[in-house]
Design a protein around this ligand. Structure first.
Ligand SMILES: Cc1ncc(COP(=O)(O)O)c(C=O)c1O
Length: 452
């Protein structure tokens, strides 16, 4: 028995997976839910607490994906539960688009104050990440009176029509849905491990050059571009951290041409990277920030934040019935309090420890080609050969499955990467457990794919 089993009983797998109750639930779900969902492994959840998920058969898992980078304060944090219960007992819905209530105004003020940069800000609340992107897209067009948008290959911005037109992550997400919104150009995102333009490592200039010297000279006049939308760290695309100067240079490029810079912080924001907003790592002030996922510890909520002079659309031009729901806002206010008290600092502290352990693992496991990330937004990229960097797609999928069988919940991203986006409440022992399981699984891979 491993040390982790004796210490805290997580993970604790007590049935074959999926167990009998999980199998029944999965059969029901698969009969009636949309086949468009992507289920990676047969996890049927009954409850969660902190970084622990218990399935319907009583198996206990260590959760290193937090409901896809959402449950930042851990599952069912007592203070979040209390905030939700108290708000639900007073007011569940009134529609913040037509009426006033405290939690919406208070949350808007808090987000406006937190957003980087000077100047007064305003907030428009949505229900999800894709809706936040949709709102940013519309606001950029409305404010600039320009139509064109620039986004990056590998980006995931959501699946509603506007956001999908900006998304360029996987072709299955777009196939069959055309026509999408016209006048969107995609350019390469700087990925130093796999430079799309094959320039020396650490160089971000060529990706920017694509905008300035290819797009603007050949296909679109900069004065027709409303906005450039960028993920501070590319999430679904593979947890790719751009080179240090990239975001700053993109900021100045946009500014030079009167183009708005939209930071899609849906995955990277709300403390995940060890800063409230990932753009703060580079001192960049975006014109519009998109938020969702970690903002309300699992309650559905999204937001855009923009300076007063940018958010100049008139009454009726944008809103939604449920956006800014009071229960979601109460959860968000408590989430932000917890983030500010300790969890952002914990993301930095444990993130540094975890990335160190992953780098150490890389010295022993040749499949790991790259280790990267900030705070608790960390990824490893798996390759069949460190020279050719051939993506180890099947191996990555097997590892994620095997980790699940051993009680560690992970998710892939990019072609052959694994992401680590646990609740920000994890401690060093949780990080050790995760690396220990990963090491064990990788060591059990066929010899050609094994330890150095
Ligand atoms: C960066 C980014 N933007 C937007 C979205 C879409 O968010 P939602 O799934 O809440 O619509 C996601 C979801 O993964 C994301 O990672």
């Amino acid at each position: 028995m491993l040390m982790r089993d004796r210490m805290n009983h997580v993970p604790q797998i007590v049935t074959p997976l999926p167990g009998p109750k999980a199998s029944k639930l999965i059969a029901l779900d698969e009969r009636y839910t949309s086949p468009s969902y992507t289920r990676v492994y047969p996890l049927a959840v009954a409850k969660g607490e902190g970084a622990v998920i218990e399935d319907v058969d009583g198996n206990r898992f260590l959760d290193f994906n937090a409901g896809i980078a959402v449950c930042s304060t851990g599952h069912c944090h007592p203070r979040i539960v209390k905030a939700i219960q108290e708000q639900a007992s007073r007011l569940i819905h009134m529609s913040g688009t037509d009426f006033y209530y405290g939690p919406q105004a208070e949350l808007a003020r808090k987000l406006a104050e937190l957003a980087p940069g000077t100047g007064n800000k305003r907030v428009c609340l949505t229900n999800s990440g894709t809706e936040a992107v949709e709102a940013a897209f519309k606001l950029a067009r409305y404010h600039t009176k320009r139509k064109h948008m620039i986004a990056f290959f590998g980006a995931f911005h959501g699946r509603t029509m506007g956001a999908l037109s900006l998304t360029a992550s996987k072709v299955t997400q777009r196939a069959g849905f055309a026509p999408l919104i016209p006048q969107v150009s995609h350019v390469d995102y700087p990925n130093c491990y796999r430079c799309p333009l094959q320039t020396p490592a650490g160089c971000c200039f060529d990706c920017l050059d694509q905008i300035e010297n290819k797009l603007f000279k050949r296909t679109v006049s900069p004065d027709e571009v409303a906005a450039i939308i960028v993920e501070p760290i590319q999430g679904e695309g593979g947890y790719i951290v751009p080179p240090p100067e990239f975001q700053q240079r993109l900021r100045s490029l946009a500014q030079r041409h009167g183009i708005l810079l939209i930071a899609d912080e849906v995955q990277s924001g709300m403390g995940r990277t060890g800063k409230m907003f990932a753009m703060e790592h580079w001192g960049v002030e975006p014109d519009i920030i998109c938020l969702a996922k970690g903002i309300a510890s699992g309650m559905p909520l999204g937001a855009i934040i923009a300076r007063d002079e940018i958010m100049d659309w008139p009454p009726g031009s944008h809103a939604s019935t449920f956006g800014g729901n009071p229960v979601s806002c109460a959860a968000a206010l408590e989430t932000i309090a917890l983030l500010e008290e300790d969890l952002i600092a914990n993301a930095t502290r444990i993130g540094e420890y975890l990335i160190g352990r992953l780098r150490d693992l890389q010295t022993r496991q040749e499949l790991i080609g790259d280790v990267r990330g900030k705070g608790l937004m960390l990824g490893i990229e798996l390759v069949r050969d460190r020279e050719t960097k051939e993506p180890a797609v099947a191996e990555r999928n097997t590892i994620v499955q095997e980790c699940f069988q051993k009680g560690l919940l992970l998710l892939g991203c990019g072609a052959s990467s694994i992401r680590f986006c646990p609740p920000l409440v994890i401690d060093q022992a949780d990080a050790d457990t995760a690396v220990e399981i990963l090491d064990e699984v990788m060591s059990e891979m066929p010899p050609a794919r094994r330890a150095i």
